[in-house]
Design a protein around this ligand. Structure first.
Ligand code: GLA
Length: 729
């Protein structure tokens, strides 16, 4: 390593460009390997958002495009702004306007892959500064953005709205893809052409479970509906687990404006002089090659920067929930552990129902908050079960929901002041429970202590499923002063993050699952403390094809917990073939969630083999690149995709039929993402019968052939599927 690069690595280079000399405009570029965001700055004037897209060589020419103050980097309310408002302040003297001008920029080389740029803005009149922080992640082509505001006015300032990011683009038309749904049907994909006006994607009143209906993420295609492999696609995801607001506007000149950040609804922030307010990060990526590349950028970034242990393979597990629900004793669990070991699984997770004595957790009506092992169900405690699992070669995990309390609990009686509630009003229950006030440091301490004590039940507990099963709704904190109640929404999330930080600092090696009645807290803010997330309470494999397709547009498969469950189950009356259920679950982080003793000997043998097969393909599914081929949303008949290892030496193809394809006797599909020059041996995994569905099973084909001529698969009835494993020959 030469001297200069050593210096760059060791001493973060601090180059501060003080306010621009003279009136010359300056270009500030936030660049990744293939993309760039470009701003134009002039001393004493607003900074202009000029460009975001593929890196360009002649970027100085952008200076010649005029200097239109309407398109600022961070438009505050005041001055000449036609766009979405990024910042709205009420100054100490009551003035409503702010005009942000350039005050310098700073660039820090964080490491070989990351460069941070801070663009400093200040108000023309009041002592208010806003720093816009960009972190360019070069290899992943991801830029994260956040804002930091502070002031030295004589009295507190009211922050009425503050976003993480503002983007403006110009094209002929704009197509927005977003991810929406409800419990059991999260992350459905819809694309729409944006008409002139405003389209909001937001959650403004739940505080917890903010991603159950809509996810704070999107993709935007310019000029035509998004293609998987071609065209400009911009993607964004807000790293925030509270109320959020993404605003997509097309103005009267057909210019596109985006702002994204915390939701300002009922959330005015009173900022003391000298105090700092920081927004969460907006995660942004640009792809010149359609949605596919945008997803791959986000997946790479997530594995490297927004997932705990992103470089380690995820274990295959049996979870007790759909097999036992609340009804079990020690023998039920040890039998399940025996079966899990026989299947070749690697972990057992004891879900809800193991705690509470005075108020036993025998159903959802009691016990939350009382985190002592239920002596009746488990007389020898958790440590007995954890040791038992380890003696069978399995890891052991356990479920918790530490932010919540049932009114029927010792905790609710002892600490009524910890419950989120509006003074004098009835506290509404949902799923028979209340939310604990995490804006209160005493509650934060309680949650950390609870976590510590549960982990201390046995050194063999190495996995925690952290659930959160209700939203906040009726709001109020006994801890916050009367004139700071609007701080609650942000302070709850900051309290939660502070708890996660403390838990992670003490237990860095624990595997953490992020769960909220399924995927109701799926965002990069919470995810970075976790190893994976529970994708949905629907384990129905047909639903899962749709849910996982949407989920994996933004979040990677390695973190997408995907379990084989009973069929029919609590979600559906339709019985689906075991093969189909495995083939769907194997496209994410495979697990099982059922009562093994209900399997027939044939099903048992099939499951054992499928688990073995997953171990073969796990590195490709969890660390490879995803190429989507057929969308289940188009025609609802089929879905298909490949995962390809980074060195392109291996690939896994998944194909599913969802509905009857009367006219089609075969499933013809061209593979994607392979190396055309390599030869691949193709093996069908989990075949339904010895004949299988792929006539070329075991033969070798070139990548070129597989991507051009494709494969012809013998499946056409509903709920059939094929998994092909390709290995370089
Ligand atoms: C939530 C989770 C489920 C399960 C139950 C237990 O609904 O999403 O997976 O853990 O809680 O009560």
């Amino acid at each position: 390593m030469n001297k200069i690069s050593t210096l760059l690595r060791l001493l973060p280079l601090l180059c501060f460009t003080a306010a621009l000399r003279g009136q010359n405009a300056e270009i500030i570029e936030i660049a990744t390997n293939d993309s760039a965001m470009v701003f134009v700055a002039k001393s004493g004037a607003p900074v202009i958002f000029r460009y975001w897209g593929e890196k360009i060589n002649d970027r100085h020419l952008l200076l010649e495009r005029g200097y239109d103050e309407r398109f600022q980097i961070y438009p505050a309310f005041g001055g000449l702004n036609h766009a979405n408002i990024a910042l709205s302040l009420v100054h100490a003297d009551g003035s409503l306007t702010t005009e942000l001008i350039y005050a310098g920029s700073e660039t820090k080389v964080v490491d070989g892959n990351r460069v941070e740029t801070i663009i400093r803005l200040r108000d023309k009149l009041y002592p208010v500064t806003v720093d816009i922080h960009f972190m360019a992640h070069k290899a992943e082509n991801v830029i994260t953005q956040r804002a930091v505001v502070s002031h030295q006015e004589e009295k507190p300032l009211r922050v009425e709205n503050i976003v993480s990011s503002y983007i403006t683009l110009r094209a002929n038309s704009y197509y927005l893809t977003n991810f929406h749904g409800s419990w059991g049907r999260e992350m459905r994909v819809t694309e729409e052409r944006l008409a002139q006006g405003v389209r909001l994607i937001e959650e403004y009143r739940k505080g917890v479970q903010t991603t159950m209906a809509d996810n704070p993420s999107f993709m935007l295609s310019l000029n035509h509906p998004a293609d998987e492999d071609a065209g400009d696609v911009y993607a964004g995801a807000l790293a925030w687990s509270g109320n959020y607001n993404l605003r997509f506007a097309v103005d009267e000149r057909e210019v596109f404006h985006f702002t994204g950040g915390m939701n300002p609804f009922a959330s005015v922030r009173v900022l003391e002089p000298g105090e700092i307010l920081e927004t969460p990060e907006m995660v942004l990526t640009y792809s010149p090659r359609g949605r596919g590349q945008a997803s791959r950028n986000l997946h790479d970034w997530c594995r490297n920067y927004a997932l705990a242990h992103g470089g380690e393979p995820r274990p295959i597990l049996l979870n007790s929930w759909e097999g036992a629900y609340f009804t079990f004793d020690e023998k039920t669990i040890t039998d399940m552990i025996d079966s899990a070991a026989d299947f070749g699984l690697e972990m057992f997770v004891l879900d809800d129902g193991w705690f509470g004595n005075e108020y036993p957790r025998d159903n959802a009506k009691a016990g939350l908050g009382d985190w002592q092992v239920n002596k009746k169900k488990l007389p020898r405690g958790i440590s007995y079960l954890a040791d038992y699992a380890v003696s069978k070669g399995l890891r052991f995990g356990i479920w918790i929901e530490p932010e919540m309390v049932n009114p029927n609990s010792e905790l609710a009686k002892k600490h009524p002041e910890w419950v989120v509630k509006s003074p004098g009003r009835e506290i509404p229950q949902e799923r028979n429970q209340w939310v604990l006030d995490l804006s209160n440091p005493a509650v934060q301490d309680f949650v950390v202590k609870t976590f510590d004590e549960i982990v201390a039940l046995s050194p063999n507990i190495t996995y925690i499923k952290w659930d959160a099963n209700r939203p906040i709704f009726s709001v109020g904190s006994e801890y916050l002063p009367n004139d700071r109640q609007t701080h609650f929404w942000q302070d709850y999330v900051r309290g939660l993050y502070s708890v996660y930080e403390r838990v992670r600092a003490k237990h860095p090696d624990i595997t953490l699952q992020l769960c909220s009645s399924g995927g109701a807290r799926l965002d990069f803010g919470a995810l970075k403390y976790h190893d994976e997330f529970w994708t949905s309470d629907s384990t129905n494999a047909v639903d899962r094809v749709l849910i996982q397709y949407g989920t994996n547009m933004i979040y990677p498969a390695m973190a997408t917990a995907s379990h084989v469950s009973p069929s029919p189950n609590h979600q559906t009356g339709v019985a689906l073939p075991l093969k189909f259920r495995f083939d769907v679950a194997m496209s994410g982080r495979l697990g099982m969630e059922m009562m093994p003793k209900d399997f027939s000997p044939e099903e048992w043998a099939f499951a054992k083999k499928a688990v073995q097969n997953y171990k073969l393909i796990r590195p490709v599914v969890q660390f490879g690149d995803l190429y989507r081929i057929f969308s289940p949303y188009e025609g609802n008949a089929r879905a298909a995709m490949t995962y390809v290892s980074k060195d392109k030496k291996q690939a896994v193809f998944f194909g599913y039929t969802l509905q009857h394809c009367a006219r089609m006797s075969t499933f013809d599909v061209r593979l994607k993402g392979l190396d055309p020059a390599k030869n691949y041996r193709v093996i069908e995994l989990n075949p339904k019968s010895p004949r299988g569905a792929f006539p070329g099973n075991g033969k070798t084909f070139s990548g070129d052939y597989l991507m051009k001529a494709g494969v012809s698969l013998r499946i056409h009835r509903p709920h059939e599927s094929v998994v092909l494993h390709l290995t370089e020959k």
